[in-house]
Design a protein around this ligand. Structure first.
Ligand SMILES: [Zn+2]
Length: 247
């Protein structure tokens, strides 16, 4: 068993234990204190170098909310978590030529890990099936094709939001060196039409997730371990060494 699998088993076992313990305890206070502890541990890991940061750019009329939703989703889906930097770029007619937009994005990227732009203006010939374009460590996601008539008429389904989130995650992973995935449920699978984009998963499939995880670790992005899990791991280690010294 490799280290990742062992860590997950430990985390899963401990979280079950923590839940049982929390239900035994009476006050709400304990739960919220535990939540704050975990949040602090995650905040500690936000010490990123420039080359560990993904930049997300909105180009044209993409709303702040669309970008922040995508940011939250990417940060949540990538583990260890990455930090996303938000920027805005004014739309220019010359961006109709994709290579001009890519050149502009590469300038903005500087030393960052990768850059992905959510773009409102759609050049002719762009539909859902080819809305994601990635060259090297830069990606373009044309979001307007996601607002289909069906998506507009059924706002409760939040189709537009999830299409943007999924494709922003896909473009980010591809810009970090991942490849498209043949597994139809994987977020990195190709989109042939609007039915596919909605039926595929919101996350990376396990093999893609593992590949991406190893890439992020190789970039030196730290893995957060919540304090209560870290403490339990240390106690387990101490118990083990006590057993060994008894022999
Ligand atoms: Zn996959």
């Amino acid at each position: 068993m490799n280290k990742i699998v062992i860590l997950f088993l430990v985390m899963a076992a401990l979280s079950v234990g923590a839940q049982e313990k929390a239900s035994d305890e009476t006050g709400v206070k304990n739960k919220s204190a535990k939540k704050a502890e975990v949040a602090n541990a995650l905040a500690d890991t936000k010490q990123y170098n420039k080359d560990q940061i993904l930049t997300l750019v909105r180009v044209g009329d993409v709303s702040k909310k669309d970008l922040s939703n995508a940011k939250a989703w990417i940060e949540k889906s990538m583990y260890p978590p990455i930090t996303v930097n938000e920027k805005k770029l004014k739309y220019s007619k010359k961006f109709e030529d994709k290579s001009v937009l890519f050149a502009e994005l590469n300038k903005m990227k500087k030393d960052n890990l990768a850059i992905v732009a959510l773009v409102s203006e759609t050049p002719s010939g762009v539909s859902i099936s080819n809305s994601v374009n990635v060259v090297g460590s830069a990606g373009i996601v044309y979001v307007t094709p996601y607002m289909t008539k069906y998506a507009k008429e059924n706002p409760q389904l939040e189709l537009y939001k999830w299409r943007v989130n999924k494709e922003a995650l896909k473009a980010s992973a591809l810009a970090m060196g991942m490849e498209k995935c043949p597994f139809p449920r994987c977020c990195l699978s190709p989109d042939y039409d609007d039915a596919r984009i909605d039926s595929k998963g919101r996350n990376l499939c396990p093999p893609c997730w593992k590949k991406n995880y190893q890439f992020l670790i190789s970039k030196g992005i730290k893995e957060p371990i919540p304090p209560h899990i870290k403490k339990a791991m240390e106690e387990k280690k101490m118990k083990k060494s006590a057993v060994l010294s008894d022999k």
